[in-house]
Write a protein that binds this ligand. Structure first.
Ligand code: ATP
Ligand code: MG
Length: 568
């Protein structure tokens, strides 16, 4: 392919609204183009890389015995009503109606239509197991679309669904997918870890996420420093603390704390450590206000809280709600003396505390020497805080460490949640009707591509692994008015193309510096420069990932490129 005729809108400046490297580089290298918030076009160069990932995924799914099909993105409401997810998805679901007023959605994930398809066409244990998949657009009206295609509102997902007759069958199907996922992410050149995950809106039991380690990852991962345990912070359980012998309870006391709203300010003022405070946050959970208490130095884990209430929408309550239920300005909420009867959920660490400080539900006032057993009765005591560095590993008790990751893939054991809701049954060998046992398995294609960039770049641009690169080789003739150079470059281009190599020829009338900059920015793994020494029958061979170039004949360069491409 000759660059002179290509649509490749690269740019030098760092786009203002792109916060992370992969997003910046995808825009700068002309891979994607923003159409609206969280909605992107893939441009030719980007789409080639995208299809590389897509094909790796497809090859490994096929190899694992899954069968590809294609479902519509637009789906009637009824499909999601039977499972309860028409309501459950809440504002994340894009909804629309047709001219007759019938409700539809743009599919956010396809458990229901796959279950219906299998329900209607598979009836006997003899037809099981079966695993189906598609690589198709998904729509989610994300709360915070950001980072380009990493968290988009329209994105392509490979979603697979397995149907088994037995639990052991599900274990096998899950294991097969697990192995396929490892091959996929290995082939994409990603450094990833596997973590225990929250099952979220999917329901079901076991689930694991494939996380690409990255500073910019939106997920926090707690991993054990001694064993192989790793879990998404959303899920990592915090064991109930040991409750020691109770300290003598001191007399409860109101303290004037004008204008101290943060725990830090209060700590300074009262000269107490954060572990002597219980903070109370007001949440709006599906329209109901709930008080949530955690120790002063802890964070409320919103996923655990959401699961506790089996909630659809969860947000911090607005100031008006806080003032109404506490009778005080924001910053003075507590569990004692609330003006309205609302549920109070306390983290189980609160039970191990004594003589602590809480908001008094009065502006500028806190209460000291509060004790849970004497002063208030939470509606529920549960694990609702996030794990932190140093917490004990739930498997071996060693301290946990934290890192960040980008979730690129997710595998779930769904069980019978959808098959029971939608009547997806089969007849077992004894002729008895049983619900099928399901698993589901997702990979975000665009997110995986962005994650590859996030792990492979330098100051000059992207450094594609050959497996995902839009083109494997770029040939750079340094002087477009030199006949010898041009002929050698063009011959090499044609020869490599004939050999099936995806090759670019930078035939633009530009200075070599400009061409090198672009070649680096778009990250082509192999660069062959045809320059001054063309007359002596020599070119320069250089890898994008290395700084040194080697002189060799064009034939040697072609052979070396082919060899590297073969190795992948
Ligand atoms: P997240 O926690 O990041 O929102 P999720 O748990 O909602 O992800 P799943 O429903 O498990 O994601 O979707 C399967 C895969 O689809 C994810 O592993 C991810 O690669 C991809 N994915 C999910 N949401 C998005 C999005 N908004 N943009 C791009 N890819 C996404
Ligand atoms: Mg999500």
């Amino acid at each position: 392919m000759r660059i002179s005729g290509m649509f490749m809108p690269t740019q030098r400046e760092i786009p203002a609204d792109a916060e992370i490297i992969s997003h910046q580089l995808m825009l700068r290298a002309g891979l994607i183009r923003k159409v609206a918030s969280g909605i992107y076009s893939f441009l030719p160069m980007g789409y080639r890389a995208f299809r590389k990932v897509e094909n790796i995924v497809r090859e490994e799914m096929d190899r694992a015995g899954a069968q590809e099909l294609s479902m519509p993105a637009i789906l009637p409401a009824e499909v999601y009503m039977a499972s309860g997810r028409w309501d459950k998805f809440g504002p994340e679901m894009f909804r629309l109606s047709d001219r007759g007023g019938r409700s539809f959605c743009l599919g956010p994930t396809h458990e229901e239509p796959f279950t219906e398809a299998v329900r209607d066409h598979v009836h006997s244990y003899r037809q099981l197991p079966v695993t189906l998949y598609q690589i198709q657009h998904k729509y989610r009206d994300e709360k915070r679309p950001r980072f380009g295609v990493m968290r988009a509102r329209e994105f392509v997902m490979k979603d697979a669904y397995s149907f088994d007759a037995t639990e052991e069958g599900l274990d096998r199907s899950y294991q097969t997918m697990y192995e396929a996922y490892c091959r996929i992410f290995d082939r994409c050149g990603l450094d990833y870890i596997l973590v225990h995950a929250d099952s979220g809106a999917m329901g079901g039991s076991g689930s694991q996420e494939f996380m690409v380690k990255s500073e910019v990852g939106e997920d926090a991962i707690a991993y054990c420093t001694a064993c192989s345990y790793a879990a998404n912070e959303e899920k990592a359980p915090c064991p109930a603390p040991e409750v020691g012998a109770p300290e003598p309870m001191l007399e409860k006391e109101k303290v004037h704390t004008p204008d101290f709203r943060t725990i830090e300010e209060l700590m300074d003022f009262l000269k107490l450590p954060p572990t002597d405070f219980a903070k109370t946050l007001m949440y709006d959970i599906d329209g109901k206000i709930v008080a949530v208490m955690v120790r002063g130095d802890r964070d409320v884990n919103e996923t655990k809280l959401k699961n506790l209430f089996d909630a659809t929408e969860l947000n911090l309550a607005g100031p008006a709600d806080v003032e109404r239920v506490t009778g005080a300005k924001v910053g003075f909420a507590g569990a004692i003396g609330l003006k309205e009867e609302i549920p109070v959920i306390a983290d189980h660490e609160i039970s191990a505390m004594s003589n602590f400080v809480v908001g008094a539900n009065e502006t500028d006032q806190h209460l000291k020497n509060v004790n849970r057993t004497r002063d208030f009765a939470p509606t529920r005591i549960a694990d609702i805080r996030s794990a932190v560095e140093g917490d004990p590993c739930p498997e071996c008790g060693s301290p946990l460490a934290m890192c960040r990751g980008i979730e690129v893939g997710h595998i779930f054991k769904l069980g019978t949640k959808y098959s029971e809701a939608l009547g997806c049954n089969f007849l077992d060998s004894a002729g008895a009707e049983q619900p099928m046992i399901m698993g589901c398995y997702g990979i975000g294609i665009g997110r995986t591509l962005a994650a590859v960039i996030e792990q492979n770049y330098d100051d000059n641009g992207i450094i594609w692994p050959i497996s995902v690169a839009p083109y494997s080789v770029i040939i750079v003739p340094t002087n477009s008015s030199d006949e010898t150079i041009n002929t050698m470059a063009s011959d090499l281009h044609d020869k490599l193309t004939e050999a099936g190599v995806e090759v670019l020829l930078d035939d633009r009338d530009e200075r070599p510096g400009v061409k090198f900059k672009d070649a680096d920015l778009i990250g082509i793994p192999i660069r062959i420069t045809v320059g001054r020494k063309a007359g002596e029958g020599k070119v320069e061979f250089k890898l994008r990932s290395e700084s040194a170039a080697t002189e060799m004949t064009p034939e040697e360069a072609a052979a070396k490129a082919l060899e590297l491409i073969r190795q992948g």
